[in-house]
Design a protein around this ligand. Structure first.
Ligand code: SF4
Length: 320
């Protein structure tokens, strides 16, 4: 793939544009968003679960995340998409979904297992990683959604000229999407399920397809978007293919899509027979072929819809 699919990110790397959070800081938008985000913590609805707990008073919702930053990893990451590496990646503890096959569980899922970091420490770490040559700062988890107020606060302190990557399962609320706009440069979003029942059963995520569609559309509008489609065994027809078709039709055939082959039956995956084995190479190839064919078909339709004749009227053409 190419950096051309990520035009804003490319311009930041070339020094032609600033990361969005710098502009938001200069015009006061960031400070306003921090106040709004902190208010949400009193009745949390950062993700689509909308637990309504007062996290500032120590109450905890589904994700278990409280009022501290807890991380289970922070380093330069070389395993991300080639346009992003090396990526200064911060792994937050706690998640808004419960994917039974999570490869980072239990550290990613359980908030208590993470180490406590202050926003100052995150800001210092970000500066250090920029000096080491990382191309971006990449907030991941678990999931970064429960930490959005802390991320905004950290960015208020950060000086580094690094694009911000929000690396999420895409199960965040509309209000969170609004907080992220004008701050996030690259949305690196999973699109896991197209069938409601699959999201509920395998990730305890009711409404996932609807929420993911809404957030992908918003991300496409608000920044550069990279979509990750993790192919699950036996889920090509119900999830992977309909997701790819939806992307082609609604986000466009030029969307940056990474079809991931690395599924392994981790954690509690063996409780679900159909995903209790690794993905076969043939299943992954079929998903990739499907995406390529969709793109070819859409290109063909576009070419057919464009006239191959000079711009003359039908009447003029008849007289030639
Ligand atoms: S971020 Fe956590 S506490 Fe907030 S709504 Fe989501 S699961 Fe509930």
């Amino acid at each position: 793939m190419s950096l051309d699919l990520l035009p804003h990110y490319k311009k930041i790397l070339q020094g032609k544009e600033k990361p969005k959070f710098h502009l938001a800081k200069e015009n006061g938008t960031l400070q306003k968003k921090i106040r709004q985000a902190w208010k949400i913590l009193e009745k949390c609805e950062l993700c689509e679960r909308k637990c309504g707990v007062n996290r500032l008073e120590g109450e905890k919702g589904f994700c278990g995340v409280g009022k501290e930053i807890r991380v289970f990893g922070a380093h330069d990451h070389w395993g991300e998409e080639e346009e992003l590496i090396p990526s200064a990646t911060l792994f937050f503890s706690g998640c808004t979904m419960r994917c039974c096959y999570c490869q980072n569980a239990p550290a990613s899922v359980f908030y208590e297992m993470g180490e406590v970091w202050t926003p100052e420490r995150v800001a210092e770490w970000t500066e250090g990683m920029a000096k080491l040559g990382c191309r971006n700062v990449n907030f991941v988890g678990g999931d970064p959604t429960p930490y959005v107020p802390f991320i905004l606060k950290e960015l208020e302190r950060a000086e580094a000229n690094m694009p911000v990557v929000f690396n999420s399962n895409a199960y965040y609320s509309q209000r969170t999407a609004e907080l992220l706009s004008e701050v996030v440069d690259v949305y690196l979003l999973d699109f896991r399920y197209f069938r409601e029942e699959c999201g509920r059963r395998l990730s305890e995520a009711p409404g996932y397809p609807r929420v993911a569609k809404r957030n992908h559309l918003a991300a496409r509008r608000d920044g550069d978007l990279m979509v990750r489609v993790l192919v699950l065994p036996n889920h090509l027809e119900c999830d992977s293919k309909p997701i790819l078709r939806w992307i082609a039709r609604n986000l466009g055939r030029d969307t940056y899509v990474n079809i991931l082959p690395q599924y392994r039956p981790c954690w509690k995956a063996s409780e679900h027979k159909e995903i209790s084995r690794p993905l076969s190479q043939e299943e992954w190839r079929e998903a990739v072929r499907f995406w390529e064919n969709l793109r070819i078909e859409m290109n063909r339709r576009k070419l057919l819809s464009q006239s191959i004749f000079p711009k003359t009227s039908f009447q003029e053409y008849k007289c030639l």
